[in-house]
Design a protein around this ligand. Structure first.
Ligand code: FAD
Ligand code: DHB
Length: 386
């Protein structure tokens, strides 16, 4: 594709970039997606698992929800587990009927890549040396490989470590951040589900989370040192830790199985403001990160591109720049709400290195409050389901 032109150049084929390209295509707007990794890599990277109702609705309405509806699992509640007992939070009952869908992020990616390629969409995989130029003009240029792409707008959907955000001069943005002194150790296991709904467990040895992927594959996480190495964790040590954090007087036990994937994830909260610089619009993890405890990252990325696609449609169809002007403010409202929720869930459920026995008791008091107060449980349910 030597020196070509498109309406919207999209950097990154994560959920944000691919869904934006798909939504623009449905409105007759041309885009090109530039992705540094291969198709095989993006379709196999293990990440999120929980989709909010709004995400499920948008994927369904835009015609890419068929396999998700068939293979995903609708959940109407979650469990909070502490002091060795599980307490069900009936999400649907508390949130006016909303639910969540457990469907892996890389499956969403596969569905979106297929939809784009089937429709003749252009995704360039394995691009190198991406550089943005002319963002303060009407015709920015993206340089990559030995090539360039001219466009009307650039969507920076290249995740937290991408080049879009750092391209914005430091004086034109404000970054807000908080790092957490722990990470998550995530595993995939061949085993039947040990629970009918997700379990978020508070324990003095640290947080643990029991999620699922299919009737034969389960997804488990536990709080760990973010600088730890997966090689320090033979399978026997992982099971010992999970049993210790999840066992209780109620006799519930996690089901063991063959572990076939291990990884450690850092935890941070991060927001850059505004999410726009000239003709560059940031969306998803490129603009903000939440710790995964609230299961919000992918859902925020989806909300950003829903708002951004509407603004771009309005620009091309009605020659109105209002949506583009409001994009950052509109998206950031939802972002900060999710930042708050994710920080709250993280703070309530994890052990901090400097925790005193007092703070530990305060966490337990808050968890107990949630399971005994409808008002407090509604707060959790409304935020969790989106
Ligand atoms: P990404 O998915 O990071 O995609 C960015 C893409 O840009 C990548 O494919 C990358 O290769 C590409 N790229 C980077 N740099 C360049 C460049 N210079 N040029 C071209 N391409 C580039 N969220 C939830 O909502 N629910 C959950 O249950 C949940 N659980 C999670 C569990 C874990 C373990 C982790 C790590 C995350 C979880 N998240 C969850 C968060 C979620 O995975 C992210 O928020 C989501 O991937 C953000 O999508 P994105 O498209 O913005 O960015
Ligand atoms: C999963 C990930 C999360 O961050 C979360 O809060 C719940 C479930 C998952 O990968 O299944």
């Amino acid at each position: 594709m030597k020196n070509s032109k498109t309406q919207v150049a999209i950097i990154g084929a994560g959920p944000a970039g691919l869904l934006l390209s798909h939504l623009l295509h449905l409105a007759g707007i041309d885009s090109v997606v530039l992705e540094s990794r291969s198709r095989e890599e993006i379709e196999s990277t293990i990440r999120a698992g929980v989709l909010e109702q709004g995400t499920v609705d948008l994927l369904t309405q835009s015609g890419v929800g068929e396999r998700m509806k068939r293979e995903g699992f609708v959940h109407h509640g979650i469990y909070l587990r502490f002091n060795g007992h599980s307490h069900r939070i009936p999400l649907s009952e508390l949130s006016g009927g909303r639910s969540i869908m457990v469907y892996a992020q890389h499956e969403v990616i596969k569905d979106l890549v297929k939809a784009r390629l089937d429709a003749g969409g252009k995704i360039v995989f394995g691009v190198r040396d991406v550089r943005l130029e002319g963002l303060d003009s009407d015709s920015p240029r993206i340089h990559f490989n030995q090539d360039f792409l001219s466009c009307d707008f650039v969507a920076g959907c290249d995740g937290f470590h991408g080049i879009s955000r750092p391209t914005i001069p430091a004086a034109s943005r404000t970054d807000f951040k908080r790092n957490y002194p722990f990470g998550w150790f995530g595993i995939l296991v061949e085993a039947p589900p040990a629970t009918d709904e997700l379990i978020y467990a508070h324990h003095e040895r640290g947080f643990a989370l029991v999620s699922t992927r299919s009737p034969t594959i389960q997804r488990l996480y536990f709080q760990c040192d973010p600088k730890d190495d997966v090689n320090n964790w033979p399978d026997s040590r992982i099971w010992e830790e999970l049993h210790a954090r999840l066992a209780g007087p109620d006799g519930w036990k996690i089901t063991e199985g063959r572990i076939f994937q291990k990884g450690i994830i850092a935890m941070r909260s991060f927001v850059t403001e505004p999410m726009r610089y000239g003709r560059l619009f940031l969306a998803g993890d490129a603009a903000h990160i939440v710790p995964p405890t609230g299961a919000k990252g992918l859902n925020l990325a989806v909300n950003d591109v829903r708002v951004l696609s509407q603004a771009l449609v309005s620009f091309y169809e009605k020659k109105s720049e209002d949506g583009l002007k409001d994009y950052s403010t509109t998206a950031l409202k939802r972002v900060w709400r999710a930042e708050y929720f994710s920080w709250w869930m993280t703070s309530m459920l994890h052990r901090f290195p400097d925790d005193s026995p007092f703070q530990h008791r305060i966490q337990l008091a808050e968890l107990d409050y949630i399971v005994h107060s409808r008002a407090k449980a509604v707060t959790l349910a409304e935020n969790y389901t989106g």
